[in-house]
Structure formats: structure tokens, C-alpha cells
Design a protein around this ligand. Structure first.
Ligand SMILES: Cc1cc2nc3c(=O)[nH]c(=O)nc-3n(C[C@H](O)[C@H](O)[C@H](O)COP(=O)(O)OP(=O)(O)OC[C@H]3O[C@@H](n4cnc5c(N)ncnc54)[C@H](O)[C@@H]3O)c2cc1C
Length: 224
């Protein structure tokens, strides 16, 4: 079956990945969805247990139409994901605060994605190692080659889940507040306060003898 993700188009009315409010801010094409997924590494994974909703923040990395997630094999969430339970992952980047002249029209500028899919446990050694390497490099690009890979025990203590994306949507807000025209004359300052995630000065631990690597300095100088 071809999914929306494989053949992105505007989802039909009633589809679960159809943005309803501010539909003009919605994007469904792979490029838009992937650009947001690849710009960060934390998502909120939602799932249902005994009819009740749960959501957990997790690290992830995307490879093609799959998100790789990891955790302890005995954790309830990882077991649920390994069993193929339906999952929903949301990812969000705040780009700025939007200060309007009225309480009602305050907002935030953002890029967000909602993806649906199902997980499968990754047990094949090469795929598992590659997923672990990608996870490390997604968080600190260049780190995997500069640090030790997992021992057999560490590999066993890590469950990797590959979630295949079946449906996806992105939503992006940019720009100024949308104030009522009748409010434009108010003396209140209005506009945008751009925001981004920034790394601080690297702090070596007690055992470090090496210089701070360039790829760490690069993050300190500003993650894009
Ligand atoms: C940082 C941030 C803060 C927000 N704060 C609020 C708030 O306080 N109140 C509020 O009502 N809304 C807020 N939103 C917007 C919210 O995410 C929904 O877009 C909004 O509630 C309208 O949903 P809907 O009724 O169109 O769709 P729903 O019926 O809720 O969802 C239908 C489908 O649309 C898609 N979709 C909906 N929203 C998004 C999204 N943001 N990104 C990607 N796909 C999406 C999903 O596939 C979803 O399954 C916020 C968004 C962000 C990123």
C-alpha cells in the first residue's frame, strides 16, 4: 500500500494527518517534513496503554522513511514499540516569540512535524550498530568516529526500534503578529523575538586530556 509519506499529497478530508486550523501553514511533502525532522533530535513519542494516552520525550534520528529510537530492552515503552504498537511522534522547533498588541493574538513562530507509524525491533547487528552510530552523530555531528562503539554487553543492553513513517504533516508559522487593524494605533510594542537553541562553553570532565574537538567547538559557535 502506498502511504502519504511515499506519495505525499494534500491528505483528503478526515485523514488523521490533515491540519485543520491554519491549513495554509501545513506542508505534506517529504522535503518539508524531513527538513524539520533532521533539524533536531528530540521528539515526543505518544502511544496508548490500556486505553490511556502516554507521551515520552526521546532522542531519534531519521534514515529514509524511518525514525530510529533507542532505550532499555525491558522498558515498557520499548517493549510496546517492539511489538508494533501504533505510535505518533511530534517534533517542534521554536523560532521566535510573536508579541501582539492584544493577549489574543500572541503566538510563536515554529516548525513542527507530526508523524504516525509503527515500530519494529532492530536485531540485525549491522543495522543496529549503524542506527546507534547515526543517533550519536545526529546529536553531535562527528562524535561517533571520535568515541568508542558499544561492547557486546552494551549492544545487548540497547534496544533499537525502527519506526516506519506511514503518515506525516508539517506546520510552520513565520512572521509578525496578526493584530486587529483597530489595535495598530495602540502604544504597545509589537513584533517578533527570534529564538534559537544555543550551546554553552564546553566544560571538560576531570579525566579529559584532549583538547576540545573542532566538532564540539563548531556546536558552541552555533548550531544552525
Ligand atoms: C510550539 C507550538 C505551540 C502551539 N500552541 C498551541 C496552543 O496553545 N493552542 C492550540 O490550539 N494550538 C497550538 N499549536 C498548534 C497545534 O499544534 C495545532 O496545529 C492546532 O491545535 C490545530 O490543530 P488542528 O485542529 O488543525 O488539527 P488536529 O485535529 O489537532 O490535528 C489533525 C492533524 O493535523 C496535523 N497537525 C496538527 N497540528 C500540527 C502541527 N503543529 N504540526 C504538524 N502537524 C500538525 C497532525 O497530523 C494531526 O494529526 C501550537 C503549535 C506549536 C508548534
Amino acid at each position: 500500500m502506498t502511504t502519504y509519506y511515499e506519495r505525499p499529497s494534500k491528505p483528503p478530508r478526515g485523514a488523521r494527518n490533515k491540519v485543520r486550523r491554519h491549513a495554509e501553514r501545513a506542508h505534506y511533502d517529504r522535503k518539508a517534513v524531513e527538513a524539520i525532522l533532521d533539524a533536531t533530535f528530540v521528539g515526543h513519542v505518544s502511544f496508548v496503554v490500556d486505553g490511556l494516552p502516554h507521551a515520552t520525550p526521546m532522542l531519534y534520528v531519521r534514515e529514509g522513511d524511518q525514525l530510529y529510537l533507542h532505550g532499555a530492552p525491558r522498558s515498557r515503552l520499548l517493549q510496546l514499540m517492539a511489538g508494533g504498537a501504533p505510535l505518533c511522534v511530534t517534533v517542534m522547533l521554536i523560532d521566535g516569540l510573536v508579541l501582539a498588541r492584544s493577549w489574543f493574538h500572541h503566538s510563536v513562530n515554529y516548525r513542527s512535524v507530526v508523524v504516525f507509524g509503527e515500530g519494529r525491533p532492530v536485531r540485525e547487528r549491522d543495522e543496529k550498530l549503524e542506527a546507534m552510530r547515526k543517533l550519536v552523530d545526529q546529536i553531535v555531528p562527528g562524535r561517533a568516529a571520535d568515541s568508542r562503539g558499544p561492547t557486546a554487553t552494551e549492544l545487548k543492553a540497547t534496544e533499537i526500534i525502527a519506526m516506519t513513517i506511514s503518515e506525516a504533516s508539517a506546520k510552520v508559522r513565520i512572521g509578525n503578529p496578526i493584530d486587529l487593524e483597530s489595535d495598530h494605533a495602540l502604544p504597545t510594542w509589537a513584533g517578533q523575538l527570534p529564538m534559537h537553541l544555543a550551546a554553552g562553553e564546553p566544560l571538560a570532565d576531570d579525566y579529559s586530556t584532549a583538547d576540545v574537538p573542532d566538532y564540539v567547538r563548531a556546536l558552541f559557535n552555533g548550531r544552525p
